[in-house]
Design a protein around this ligand. Structure first.
Ligand code: UDP
Length: 323
């Protein structure tokens, strides 16, 4: 199978690329390294089945040609990470909305049979105070002065672009709302909590907890995530559907900090930091973010396999090998 992965040098995209190469597929990655990194794909470049272009999907001149070549497209290209979003909201709007619109327009001109996976996010549930989210839940955003919601709004726009093209001309697109994902190639640079905590614990530095640490998250191993995305995009019943993808085991950020400290065997202390100090603004964090996965299971039969402790141990072991 020929597979295009936009944003394929990013954390999830590069894991997807490695998975498909291992299965004997031909993979083309396009990435402008705004969030992704050459380090994530350097080993893949040894494979005959791997091609790469450093380009911005807003202007990439080969997008028509590679779209026509593809049997499947994972559209992962986006500006991500709270810190990046707050630093450059204009780039977020351009890449995440205009880039997606361009891609879907080209697909409908060049290749209406291609399977498409659009990566959306649990952020689209916004400020809905529920503790677990099902796809039919209300989307609630707060006042628009805060650019904090800019990422979620662009991803919601992407969902509507995909839904519109699923109706006319009937593109085969599945929309996945990705919940917190962890695994190899996820960098601390963008402020993600698990690589940050592992790094801090391994150096016996203070573990930085934003707020009081009572906020909860549900972390999905990227190996589960890519399997779920693969299954979803190859299931015709998922076309034109929005589907939660993640792991539904929930943990508070404070408990996560203690778990990481324990698995590393670290001497680190806990350090509580206000959101204002962490992000430079009074930041509205989401209190709970746990997926209800019944739709994913009903469509694909998939349930996640890896426990949080197993994933942490795997990441800690990889980090030890590297240092
Ligand atoms: N967080 C934290 N310390 C850090 C980085 C993040 O306490 O060094 C918190 C953050 O405020 C949030 C949770 O961990 O409540 C998950 O953050 P992340 O950026 O990984 O994902 P998201 O906010 O998108 O769920």
């Amino acid at each position: 199978m020929n597979i295009l992965i936009t944003g394929g040098a990013g954390f999830i995209g590069s894991n997807l690329a490695a998975y498909h190469i291992a299965q004997g597929d031909s993979v083309f990655v396009v990435d402008d390294f705004s969030s992704g990194s050459i380090k994530n794909i350097v080993l893949l470049q040894n494979s005959r089945n791997f091609q790469f272009a450093k380009a911005d999907i807003l202007v990439w001149d080969k997008l028509n040609e590679v779209t026509a070549w593809s049997d499947r497209i994972y559209h992962m290209a986006a500006i991500v990470g709270v810190k990046n979003v707050l630093a450059d909201p204009r780039a977020v709007l351009a890449t995440n909305i205009t880039g997606t619109e361009r891609l879907f327009r080209i697909i409908s001109e060049e290749n209406q049979q291609v399977q498409i996976l659009l990566a959306s996010t649990s952020e689209v549930y916004g400020f809905n105070p529920k503790s677990s989210f099902i796809e039919s839940d209300d989307i609630i955003f707060k006042e628009s002065k805060s650019l904090r919601w800019c990422y979620a709004i662009t991803k919601l726009a992407d969902e509507y672009i995909a839904l519109a093209y699923a109706i006319n001309p009937g593109l085969k697109v599945a929309i996945a709302r990705l919940f917190n994902t962890i695994g190899p190639n996820q960098t601390q640079k963008h402020g993600w909590v698990v690589p940050s905590f592992i790094n801090q614990a391994m150096r016996n530095e203070s573990i930085t907890i934003y707020g009081d640490g009572s906020q909860t998250r549900s972390f999905c191993d990227v190996r589960d995530m890519i399997q779920a995305l693969d299954l979803l995009v190859s299931t015709p019943a998922s076309y034109g559907e929005v589907v939660n993808v993640g792991n539904n085991h929930e943990i508070s950020i404070l408990d996560l900090a203690y778990l990481v400290k324990d698995r590393v065997g670290s001497q680190s202390e806990m350090k509580f930091i206000s959101y204002k100090d962490a992000y430079g603004i009074q930041f509205d964090d989401i209190f709970h973010r746990r997926p209800i996965l019944s739709k994913l299971k009903q469509l694909t039969g998939f349930t996640p396999q890896w426990t949080l402790t197993e994933t942490l141990d795997f990441l800690i072991q990889m980090e030890r090998k590297r240092s």
